[in-house]
Structures are given as C-alpha cells and as structure tokens.
Design a protein around this ligand. Structure first.
Ligand code: FAD
Length: 447
C-alpha cells in the first residue's frame, strides 16, 4: 500500500491527520493504530464510576472517515527510513512520503517486588484490558492506589462511586497532587477526597506488594501492611519510543523523540512527532519538560500536521494547562504554580481573589471560585494561575492559559472585558481573575 502521509497513533494521531487533510487536502493520509477502538484517554478513570464502562468512553471513528483519513488497524513493527517503508506485524507494508510518530506513552511500572502479581494494574489505554479491570472491581473489597497524582486521585474518587469498596491512596510526597498544585489547593482536594470516603496514606513509600499469585496486601516502608485485593498503579507514564529508536531517530529527555519548533524530528526532515512520544520544552525556561497532557499532545499534532509540506505553525513550548475534578470540586492550573516559580528563582507578586460563580451567589448550583495568580515582580507578566471551584473552572483556566501564552501583564488583565451572566459567571464587580490582577497591579508598579 502507498500513502503520502503515514501517521502512527491514536489521539494526537487523529488530530495530526485532520490537520494534514485541512492543509493538504490532495494528499492521501493514512492512520495506523493498534486498536480498533480508541478510548478517550482522559476519560479512563470515569469508566469505573461516572460513565459506567469503556464503551461509553470512546473517540468516535467517524472523525477519520469524515475527514477523508484512511484507517488501518495494525501495529507497525519496523521502519526503513531510507526506503520510506513501514512494515506491519501482519507482514503488510506501507510506503510513505511523510511519517508522523504519535505513538504516545506507556504506564510506568515501578520495580517494586510483587508488582507482577495478579490484580495489580498499571493504567493502560486499552479497551479490553480496562473492561477486565472493571469486571474484577466488582469482586474486590480493598483497592490500593499507588500514586496520588491526578490519575490516582481521579481513580480513587471514581472507584468509590456506587461501590462498597475501601479505597486507599498511597503517596510518597506530603500531599496528593503535589506535583501539580500548590499546597492550599492540595489541602482542599484532599478534604474532598476524604469526604468521598477515600483513605490517604501520605509521605508513605511502598516497599512490596504481598500475596502468593494474587495480591493480598501492600507493604509500606514503615512495615505497615495495607489489605488489598486490587492495586492500581498511577505513578506516571514513559514515552513509547522503542520503534522510533529502532529506526534511528534521535531521542532526548526521558527518551522522547527530539523535535524542533515545527515538530520535525532532529534526525529526518520527513519524519515528525507529536504527543507523549515527542520531547517537550517549557514555555517559560525552554528546558526539557516531562509534562504529558492531551491538550499539549493535540496542540503539537495540529502543528505537525500543518507543517508536513511547508512551515506553517511554530510550537511555543509547553505552558502546561491542566484540570481535574475531585468529588465534585474542580482544580486547575495553567503555567507555573507558586512552588515551581520559586524553584525557578523568580521574584513574584502573588494575589488571590474569590467569588461565587453565579450572581447572586444564591442561584442554584453556585460554587465559590478561588483564583490565585502569579506575576513576575519586575515585569508584571503573568506566569501562572490556579483555580478551584465548580464546572466553570475548566474554561476559566483556559483564559489564564491564553493570558500566559500572550505574556499579558497584570495591567492588561485589569482591562479585560469579560462577558457575564447571573446564571453562568461571577459578577462583573467581583470577577476573580480580574480582581486578582487588580490586586497585583499596585505592588508590581511599586516594585
Ligand atoms: C488515566 C489517564 C487520565 C488522563 N487524564 C488527562 C486529562 O484529564 N487531561 C489531559 O490533558 N491529559 C490527560 N491524560 C494524558 C493524556 O491521556 C495523554 O497525554 C494523551 O493520551 C497523549 O496522546 P497521544 O496521542 O500522544 O498518545 P496515546 O493516547 O498514548 O496514543 C498512542 C496510540 O498509538 C498507538 N501505537 C503505539 N505504537 C504503535 C505502533 N507501533 N503501531 C500502531 N499504533 C501504535 C497506541 O496503540 C495508541 O493508540 C490522562 C492519561 C491517563 C492515562
């Protein structure tokens, strides 16, 4: 088989394909993916509670057909870059002109003794595997989740929904979500988790996973053994780049594929990469970054797809915008937290503002929104924002991300003209993003 553009992958692969077809409609674009059905990766924890199963958490394949993208179900096992040929596991071969790696990441499996016992599950993005985990969850009583990052916390929250199971999160750091949120937001999220009946073991390291063939417990470094008949590993992911390495592409930070601002590989002008398998650099410092997010992956994919035959878009680096929901309360961060800004040695002006997300606050389903903004003291440029609150937080954090990407100052944000409505937003008098910027304006000017 022949194609102009060959894409390997799922979520960012689909996005790169749509972008390629949009920019180069005459080119034949083919996507190869291992799975017939691709899951919404960010929706995986919700399979175990809110959405009720993997079948309610899939990316519609109509996206490929509607955009004129050919789909081949299969696994590419080798690539000859000289001949521009990819060989599939079933022996079929596809020749290409441009190749896009969107091979994603695999869950990290720590070298803990006993990690290979039955009922110990890394979070794989695989429909049948996750369906088996769901079925098994109906038979267990004590679930231990190793890792209190956003994946572990979302799993903990969801496992408790409609199920009489004991759920414990074991986290090595002093707080859950500490890699993502500042301390006060971690504390708030932890309160919500405890309200949902989740047990937290903080500052706790797992020494081993106990049991004969099947897990029976999780032993902590202090000697305590937590009862467990299921363990979920939520400790992060590593780029899936074995194939890239085997065809000679240069790898960088955390073995991700080295790419330039156009998402073109360092090694080969005709090979691009995007998503979790591609190396990231911080928007702020330019240093390599380990952030792996769907929002970043799809942004890179749009850029890669557009740049295949001419340089259209340039990647500006990873801002890192993230949101999560814990027992009905949303937490979100764009850019730097106070912790990461201080670690980078920056002089800061930090302000907070809060308001109900309706006006008056007595409207149905109103929540208090808490906003924290972080500005560089010398320039007044916004470096980051954190928010907790109700559903509007999911979009408010995107407003802050736009402010960061455009290097807006506190004074710029003071002049922001927001649309407001009693049932939909905070009051125009108390709009918390603007109010937090107003509070920062004077100390920034005073230096
Ligand atoms: C539980 C969970 C929750 C998450 N929640 C969020 C969230 O709320 N927000 C957020 O921004 N991010 C979230 N993420 C992160 C997000 O899912 C990833 O950043 C995103 O999936 C990366 O997309 P990708 O296309 O790079 O890779 P992937 O989604 O990993 O897709 C890679 C695809 O490539 C295929 N593939 C690999 N090798 C081959 C090959 N040789 N041949 C053919 N096909 C191949 C795979 O089978 C797979 O379909 C979450 C991740 C997990 C695991």
């Amino acid at each position: 088989m022949e194609t102009d553009v060959l894409i390997l992958g799922g979520l960012s692969g689909i996005t790169a394909g749509i972008s390629a077809k949009r920019h180069f409609p005459d080119k034949k674009v083919t996507l190869v993916r291992k799975e017939g059905t691709v899951l919404v990766p960010c929706g995986i924890p919700y399979i175990y509670g809110t959405v009720g199963g993997p079948h309610n958490n899939v990316v519609p394949d109509g996206l490929l057909e509607n955009n004129g993208i050919e789909f081949v179900k299969g696994e590419v096992v080798s690539i000859d870059r000289e001949k521009k040929e990819a060989v599939l596991k079933d022996g079929n071969m596809i020749s290409y002109d441009k190749l896009v790696f969107a091979t994603g990441s695999n869950p990290m499996v720590p070298p803990i003794p006993g990690v290979d016992k039955k009922n110990v599950y890394p979070v794989k993005k695989d429909f049948d595997y996750l369906d088996d985990v769901l079925e098994e969850m109906g038979n267990v009583k004590d679930v231990v989740i190793i890792g209190g990052g956003f994946i572990g916390v979302e799993f903990a929250d969801e496992c408790r929904k409609g199920r009489d199971v004991n759920v414990t999160v074991v986290e090595a750091l002093p707080n859950c979500l500490q890699m993502a949120l500042d301390d006060e937001f971690c504390a708030e999220a932890q309160e919500k988790l405890k309200e949902a009946g989740v047990n937290l073991m903080l500052k706790s390291r797992v020494e081993s996973i106990e049991g004969e063939d099947v897990v029976t417990g999780v032993k902590l470094a202090g000697g305590e053994v937590l009862k467990a008949d299921m363990v979920i590993l939520g400790i992060g992911a590593v780029p899936n780049t074995e194939l890239a390495k085997s065809c000679g592409l240069e790898l960088g930070f955390k073995n991700a594929i080295k790419v330039d601002h156009y998402m073109r590989s360092y090694t080969d002008q005709d090979v691009f990469a995007c998503g979790d398998c591609a190396e990231k650099h911080s928007f702020f410092t330019g240093r390599p970054s380990g952030v792996m997010l769907a929002s970043v992956a799809t942004s890179e994919a749009r850029i890669a797809g557009a740049n295949l035959y001419s340089a259209v878009h340039e990647h500006v680096g990873t801002v890192s915008v993230f949101s999560t929901m814990t027992n009905g309360r949303a937490f979100a961060v764009a850019g730097m937290t106070e912790r990461t800004a201080k670690e980078n040695g920056m002089n800061l002006v930090i302000t907070n503002a809060q308001a109900p997300d309706t006006h008056p606050g007595g409207m149905p389903d109103s929540s208090i929104t808490k906003v924290k903004l972080i500005f560089a003291k010398e320039t007044g440029v916004i470096l980051g924002g954190s928010i907790s609150g109700g559903r509007p937080v999911g979009e408010m954090i995107n407003v802050i991300s736009a402010c960061i990407m455009h290097r807006m100052t506190a004074d710029d944000i003071v002049k922001f003209q927001m649309g407001t409505h009693p049932a939909l937003t905070s009051s125009p008098i108390g709009y918390p993003i603007v109010n937090a910027a107003c509070k920062a304006s004077l100390p920034i000017r005073q230096g």
